[in-house]
Design a protein around this ligand. Structure first.
Ligand SMILES: [Zn+2]
Length: 367
């Protein structure tokens, strides 16, 4: 741990140094808006260089993309609403899937700040023997589809595969995906029905550490899953992965997602102090049910270096958090920013919340 820590610190100092050089070089050009650049992380957002580490890939099964939707989900009002809202034709899956990508590519290419998005897959539920339990699986976005899509648009997308550690071939899948160029591994324990603290997953976490693949885990309550075990969304259960040396990214900055109180705030602060390999993404923090965490974090600049940029696309980016907290002219700019990637950057920056880009913490030089 000590060695890792000093290596992390060294690389952080080198990066920090690089930012200071970049900032000094940029200062001349930024004279008109000096107050907007109040810290190193927000300076980095002055260019189209950010990576969004939390973008959902959605797809209908098209016969050979390995994706799945349960009959229950197909009939649900939320799913029907999404189809209607995005004008997807469920009887033409190939066209609908391409339309989802085209919409995302259009918005990403138009962003002033965000260069690339990590597309997230979704693994299923596995039984005690590590076999896929199709009955309990609501939907799957296959790793092959994520990898293939990222390969098709290398300037815009990175592959965020999903591997449920409960699957029998979890370790092999880590190596297969790493060899195929995956950037990180995403899980949603509440939906995938596994306990991240289960010690049987040690080898899985070691494989992630060995292949330098960050483990992005959903944290908190999951609304679409009423009736399932929500306690597995407790970030305390990520300790095992952290202690095995895996880089862990807690989604939504450990926000609980239930509006009234943020029960994981002490865990966030404790982990940030204790584990140099612990990070959190800022995705979905403008949502009314997670906004409390956003407002909390802006008061703790010392932990902003652990925050990574993310949106939770295709979710909306709300402007409620900015009301009464930024100047009226700034609020008007935010309201006029329709691009969700840019709106997330502006709101967080204007509220004084800094963040880093995923490539900033990756050990591998290429991104
Ligand atoms: Zn998400």
């Amino acid at each position: 741990m000590a060695l890792n820590e000093s290596r992390w610190n060294d690389s952080y100092l080198v990066k920090r140094e690089a930012y200071i050089v970049k900032r000094d070089a940029m200062n001349g050009q930024m004279d008109s808006e000096p107050s907007r650049f109040t810290n190193d992380a927000s300076r980095a957002t002055a260019e189209k260089t950010l990576i969004d580490c939390h973008v959902h890939l959605a797809a209908l099964p098209d016969g050979d993309n390995g994706c799945y939707l349960s009959p229950k989900l197909l009939k649900s009002p939320l799913f029907r609403f999404l189809l209607w809202k995005h004008q997807f034709a469920p009887d033409k899956p190939r066209e609908a899937n391409q339309k989802y990508l085209d919409d995302l590519l259009g918005e990403l290419r138009a962003s002033r700040h965000v260069q690339k998005a990590v597309l997230l897959g979704m693994d299923g539920v596995y039984d005690q023997n590590g076999e896929l339990n199709q009955v309990h699986t609501d939907f799957q976005i296959s790793n092959d589809y994520v990898l293939k899509t990222a390969r098709a648009y290398p300037d815009e997308f990175l592959a965020g595969v999903s591997i449920n550690p409960q699957r029998r071939d979890a370790v092999e899948e880590v190596h297969r995906c790493a060899d195929a160029g995956a950037t990180l591994v995403k899980v949603l324990p509440n939906a995938q029905q596994f306990n991240p603290a289960d010690r049987r997953y040690k080898m899985f976490y070691r494989a992630l550490a060995e292949r330098k693949l960050p483990f992005l885990s959903h944290v908190g309550y999951e609304f679409s899953l009423i009736g399932k075990d929500q306690s597995v969304g407790d970030p305390d259960r990520l300790k095992l992965a952290l202690e095995e040396g895996t880089t862990v990214i807690a989604a939504h900055a450990c926000s609980y997602g239930l509006m009234l109180y943020e029960k994981f705030i002490p865990t966030f602060h404790e982990f940030a102090k204790r584990y140099p390999n612990f990070y959190a993404d800022i995705s979905a923090l403008t949502l009314p049910n997670r906004m409390r965490m956003l407002l909390h974090l802006r008061r703790y600049p010392e932990i902003h270096e652990r925050l990574l940029f993310g949106t939770d696309y295709p979710l909306s980016v709300f402007h409620l958090a900015a009301w009464g907290r930024v100047a009226l002219s700034t609020l008007r700019d935010i309201l006029q920013t329709k691009n969700r990637f840019d709106r997330q950057v502006s709101i967080c920056r204007e509220l004084g919340l800094s963040f880093r880009s995923l490539d900033d913490i990756m050990v591998r030089p290429k991104l």
